[in-house]
Design a protein around this ligand. Structure first.
Ligand code: GLN
Length: 198
């Protein structure tokens, strides 16, 4: 299984290491032509305004729109979630629209308001998942067809639509690979077959 990690800006290496540790082939992606050979793509955290500007400069927006329309497996973390959303507050560029959610950027405050929290994510099993939130967004609205994977207090912080998942936190910065494993299972179709998405 070959998974790309969009490598224009942000936490790229950590995703690649985690995917490789799970047995996938993981490669950094900067060119549209690299998308053709992939089974799935991760869009990492970073700064969504910068990444979206670079997506345009690298001519990646149109190919990503096409992949999203085909239901191609996509996994966005933090800024990556903002970029995969249908709508994002305070973002100059239109996001990709791979998952029918509306996202508010920087919903928990500024860099100093970054925090960690134990999260209940039923799709990953009973053990809490350590969420690392760095100037994190929240999902303000999920539209029909989207499953909520995780809430923190009243805030929706992870969701799935088909084979696309988005989370407001940084699973790649923990040593818990269950979220990445869940994505790989979506890529192969196993997670959906097991009904573990709810
Ligand atoms: N606040 C950033 C943004 O709006 C996201 C931060 C992150 O990815 N850790 O793009």
């Amino acid at each position: 299984m070959k998974i790309g990690v969009l490598a224009l800006q942000g936490a790229v290496t950590e995703h690649i290491q985690m995917l490789c540790a799970l047995g996938a082939e993981a490669i950094p992606v900067r060119l549209p032509s690299q998308l053709d050979s992939l089974d799935g793509l991760v869009i990492p955290g970073g700064e969504s305004t910068t990444i979206s500007k670079l997506l345009h400069e690298h001519n990646l927006i149109e190919p990503l729109h096409l992949l999203a329309a085909k239901g191609f497996p996509l996994f966005g973390t933090c800024a990556g979630m903002i970029l995969l959303a249908n709508k994002a507050s305070d973002l100059q560029w239109q996001p990709i629209g791979a998952i029918d959610i509306e996202v508010q950027r920087n919903a928990f405050g500024r860099q100093v308001d970054s925090f960690e929290a134990d999260l209940e994510i039923p799709a990953l099993g009973d053990k809490p998942f350590r969420g690392i939130f760095i100037r994190a967004p929240v999902i303000g609205r999920v539209n029909p067809g989207v499953d909520i994977l995780c809430r923190l207090n009243c805030n929706i912080v992870a969701a799935r639509q088909g084979k696309t998942i988005a989370c407001a936190f940084h699973p790649e910065l923990t040593d818990d690979s269950r979220f990445h494993k869940y994505f790989l299972d979506l890529v192969t179709g196993e997670a959906i077959a097991q009904g573990s998405s709810r």
